[in-house]
Ligand binder design. Structure first.
Ligand code: NAD
Length: 315
């Protein structure tokens, strides 16, 4: 059985990924510090299903703790590292930039170091569409922005840069995956779809930053976990892939779809744009389609319906 270490394995993407990996018969170790950016009890709930599987192990710990990582790598033969642990979110990074430098840059380098020393066969880095900034659309892998719009985006660009350096120095095979606004069950409570669902369901006003015409390439979680698993199995030296849906949706349309799926009216309040937010995102997924066989299957109406069902049942 091939073994995968998932850092950030109790988070939104991580916990969904661990379940998919277990279903595909991988041996899975999750490392997560259950930080308080949002409730740790949500993350403990996220892993309950995986914990019933004998091929899953959850370790509570920090990616900055070199001693713990050394012990972990000494105790288990790890074939692949999927490095998801990070502080996510653009707006918070503007008020807490140094935390992002610590976790998203230093933490990434720490996990890279240990992966090289322990001869990991593949390192997958969770990057983000935010590295494209205001670049030309559709965003394609060779056009990373010169100007990063937030400390979060800068930390992801820096993480990619370290990945490239470690690959060149030590030959460790690395894939950077640029995720485009991921949504679905367990989405972080502060992310737009989750927040709008909560407010619309409670018949409260939602705040839209800008005119509502800004758009995002929302990507359903199952398509992202499919893409990660394809990347684990893809033989290469160093590659960057977009994982998006290539189907952008405006904020006005998104909130209409959420309202419809909940059977509730939508009360909008328009606010000034937020600095750091890209106005539009759109993934060019040709490369991922051609090389990874990546083929996102869940459209926005179906995906929002699934999210709303999960929200009404579990939150
Ligand atoms: P999340 O916050 O739900 O998951 C991240 C997990 O990492 C959390 O469980 C957290 O406790 C853990 N973590 C944070 N700091 C840690 C540390 N120092 N040591 C150990 N664990 C730590 O976020 P998510 O939405 O699941 O994002 C996962 C990854 O994907 C992140 O790297 C994020 O930047 C990236 N990403 C996410 C999206 C998205 O739309 N969700 C888009 C682009 C990129």
């Amino acid at each position: 059985m091939s073994s995968v270490l998932v850092t950030g394995g109790a988070g939104f993407i991580g916990s969904n990924l661990c379940e998919r990996l277990l279903a595909c018969e991988y041996e899975v170790i999750s490392l997560d510090n259950f930080n308080t950016v949002y409730s740790p009890s949500i993350k403990r709930q996220n892993i309950i299903k995986a914990e019933s599987n004998p091929h899953y192990l959850s370790i509570e710990g920090d990616i900055l703790d070199t001693g713990l990582l050394t012990e972990l790598f000494n105790s288990f033969a790890i074939d692949t590292v999927v490095h998801l642990a990070a502080l996510a979110g653009v707006r918070r990074s503007i008020s807490n930039p140094l935390e992002y430098v610590d976790v998203d840059i230093k933490g990434t380098v720490n996990v890279l170091e240990l992966s090289v020393r322990n001869k990991v066969k593949k390192f997958i880095f969770a990057s983000s569409s935010s590295v494209y900034g205001k670049g030309p659309r559709p965003f394609s892998e060779q056009h990373t922005a010169d100007l990063q719009l937030s400390p979060y985006a800068a930390s992801k660009a820096s993480g990619e840069s370290f990945c490239k350096t470690y690959n060149a120095l030590y030959g460790i095979p690395i894939i950077c995956l640029r995720f485009f606004t991921v949504y679905g069950p367990r989405q972080r409570p502060e992310m737009a779809i989750h927040k709008f669902t909560r407010l619309i369901n409670d018949s409260r006003h939602i705040e839209i930053f800008g005119d509502g015409l800004s758009s995002r390439d929302y990507t359903y979680i199952d398509d992202i976990t499919d893409g990660i698993i394809s990347a684990i199995n893809f033989d290469c030296n160093f590659e960057i892939f977009n994982l998006g849906s290539s189907n952008p949706v405006s904020l006005n349309r998104l909130t209409d779809i959420i309202g419809k799926s909940l059977g509730k009216p939508v009360y909008r309040r328009y606010m000034p744009y937020n600095p750091g937010d890209a106005r539009h995102t759109l993934a060019d997924i040709l490369k991922a389609g051609t090389l990874l066989g990546y083929n996102p299957k869940t459209g926005i109406c179906e995906g929002i319906m699934k999210f709303a069902e999960w929200y009404l049942r579990y939150v």
